[in-house]
Design a protein around this ligand. Sequence first.
Ligand SMILES: *Cc1c(COP(=O)(O)O)cnc(C)c1O
Length: 393
Amino acid sequence: MIYTIDERGYYGNFGGAYIPEMLYPNIEELRSRYLDIMGEGDFQNQFNQLLRNYVGRPTPLFYAHRLSERYQAKIYLKREDLCHTGAHKINNTIGQILLAKRLGKQKIIAETGAGQHGVATATVCALMGMDCIVYMGQLDMERQRPNVERMRILGTTVVPATSGNMTLKDATNEAMRHWINNPTDTHYIIGSVVGPHPYPDMVARFQSVISEEIRNQLSEQEGNPYPDYVIACVGGGSNAAGAFYHFVNDEHVQLIGVEAAGLGIDSGESAATTVLGKPGVLHGSKTLLMQTEDGQVVEPYSISAGLDYPGIGPWHAHLFETGRVKFLNATDDEAMQAGIELSRTEGIIPAIETAHAVAVLKKMEFDPDDVVVINVSGRGDKDLETYIRWGKY
Ligand SMILES: *Cc1c(COP(=O)(O)O)cnc(C)c1O
C-alpha cells in the first residue's frame, strides 16, 4: 500500500487543490517550488539551527514510569509541550516563514481559531522582522483574549472577521480574500495538514522532525527505533502527521489517531470526523468532513479548541480509509479526567487536545513489553481556565 502523495497532490482518493481561479498563481508558485527550496542545504541548516536554538529541539522522549506501571506497557511521552510557545505548531511556522523569505515575500497572513497557530505565526514574524496580519473571528477574539494580546505584544495586527458565525471559517475566508488581493508580496501560513496541495504535504514534512527524533531516541533508549504504538490527537492532524511520518511504511508500528467525541458521538455535539464525516471539499482539499445531507458543513464541538474542527487533513482521510491508522475518540469528560491523570502520575499538565490522546490508554490492551509513544502535542497553561471550570480535581 502506498501512503505518500502523488504529483497531483492526492493521497489515494483525498487531497488535491480545490481553489478559486484567482488563487491559482499563489498556489502554483508554492507547489512548483516548495520541494526544491526545502531540499536546499542552506534551508536545511537554517531550519535545523532554529529548531535547536530557538524552539528547543530535540524535545525529550520521556519514559513515564508511573503511567507505564498503571497500564502495564512501556509508555513514553514525546514532549512537544516543551517547544517554545508551548506546542508543536512552531515547527511548522518556522519552516513556512523560511520558505516565504526564499519566495521573496515580505508579509505574512494567517487565520486562527483559538489563537494557538496565530501566536506561533506572530512569534516567527517577530523573529524574522516580517509584517504579520492574523484574521480571527470576532467571537473567538472575545473567547481567547490572552492569545489576542499575545499576538499584539508580538507586533501582529489581529483583524476581526465579522461575517457568518464570526469563528474560524469566517477568518479563513477573510485571509483567502486578503491573499487573492496581495499575491506577490504575501505568504499565507496554514497551521495544520489541511488546505489545498501542497500545504498538507509541506506541513507534514515540517512536522516530521517529531518522528525522526522519536526514532533516534528509541534507538538509544530501547535499542530499537520502532515502537509498537504511536498515539496522537487529531484536530486537522499536524501533530499526528509529524508523529506518524517516519513510521507509516512500517506496518508493525500501530498508529492511533484520537478524535474529540465532545459530549458523545451521537449527541450532535462532537468533532469525531472519521465516525461522523463523509467525503467532501473543505478548505481547498477533498477530505472527510462533517456535513449535512445537502453538503452544509456541520458546526463541530469539542471542549478543546484545537480539536474543534469539522474535518481532518487528506492524508489522515486516506490513512483512515486504508486502515493504516486506527482512529479512536474520547469525550470531553474522558479527556479532562486523563488530563488530571497525567498531571497526577507524571507531573505534566497537558493541553486538553493532548489529554484526548492520553484518554485512550484506558480503551486499549497492551502486552507488558509493548513500547507505546504518546505525542504530548502541547502544555496545559493555555487551558487553565477550562480545567478550573471543569473543576473535578
Ligand atoms: C492546534 C493543536 C492541536 C491540533 O492540531 P493538529 O494539527 O491536529 O495537531 C493539538 N494539540 C495542541 C496542543 C494544539 O495547539
